[in-house]
Design a protein around this ligand. Structure first.
Ligand code: AMP
Length: 215
């Protein structure tokens, strides 16, 4: 089963995607996490991606398609995968459909997380993220040790460069201009889109997301 999580930054799709993936017994792949790890390790991919990411712009499609292709052909993805943060443009949606067809699969469901802009800005500007395992938190301060971190050594909470106000505004602009057309593309191509109201408590949104995948 291939599940695509679609929604603006801050809509909680990454965190909820973890629960969906666990319920389905499949891995979750976040292109943002892959790119941030590459940037931290200063690999050629990471160095290319970092400037785009810090500004809140999208990394070019060919880079993303390469990551997607590699991820989908990995043996641990045989049962399926939850894709978080990909697809973000129409060419990526087309590319994913092509890559999936090559391995005899298709996108089974698109979960579309929806929430008001003001709520997104409030969430992102108060978010901190573990520098080691990338778990996001609300209401915890930069510099705190992430006591529950499974990495060695344990990570420290940081504010992501793209969670600064200017970058947040740009990411929302980019979402509307480049990612919203993906919803229309899936509708036009007969995709199975389920809208999830991403406002409310974590448990409420989790219940909606799990219901959407039949769990
Ligand atoms: P995220 O962690 O999903 O918010 O992604 C953080 C940043 O990584 C984005 O603002 C983009 O710069 C880059 N990125 C992640 N996924 C993609 C994608 N599918 N297409 C283009 N850029 C991406």
């Amino acid at each position: 089963m291939i599940v695509v999580l679609l929604g603006p930054p801050g809509s909680g799709k990454g965190t909820q995607g973890e629960r969906v993936a666990a319920a389905l017994g499949v891995p979750k792949i976040s292109t943002g996490d892959v790119l941030r790890a590459a940037a931290k390790a200063a690999t050629p991919l990471g160095l290319e991606a970092k400037g785009y990411m810090d500004r809140g712009d999208l990394v070019p499609d060919p880079v993303i398609l390469g990551i997607m292709k590699e991820a989908l052909s990995a043996p641990e993805q045989a049962k399926g995968v939850v894709l978080d943060g990909v697809v973000r443009t129409v060419p990526q949606a087309e590319g994913l459909a092509r890559v999936a067809a090559e391995i005899g699969k298709r996108v089974d469901v698109v979960l579309l997380f929806g929430i008001a802009d003001e709520e997104l800005v409030a969430r992102l500007s108060s978010r901190t993220t573990c520098g080691a395992c990338q778990t996001p938190f609300a209401g915890r301060q930069p510099g705190e040790t992430h006591a529950e971190c499974t990495a060695t050594p344990k990570g420290t909470l940081v504010r992501r460069a793209d969670d600064e106000p200017e970058s947040i505004r740009n990411r929302l602009r980019v979402y509307k201009a480049q990612t919203e057309p993906v919803v229309a593309w899936y509708r036009a191509s007969g995709g199975n889109i389920v809208a999830i109201d991403a406002s409310g408590t974590f448990a409420e949104v989790e219940a909606r997301a799990l219901r959407a995948v039949g769990r």
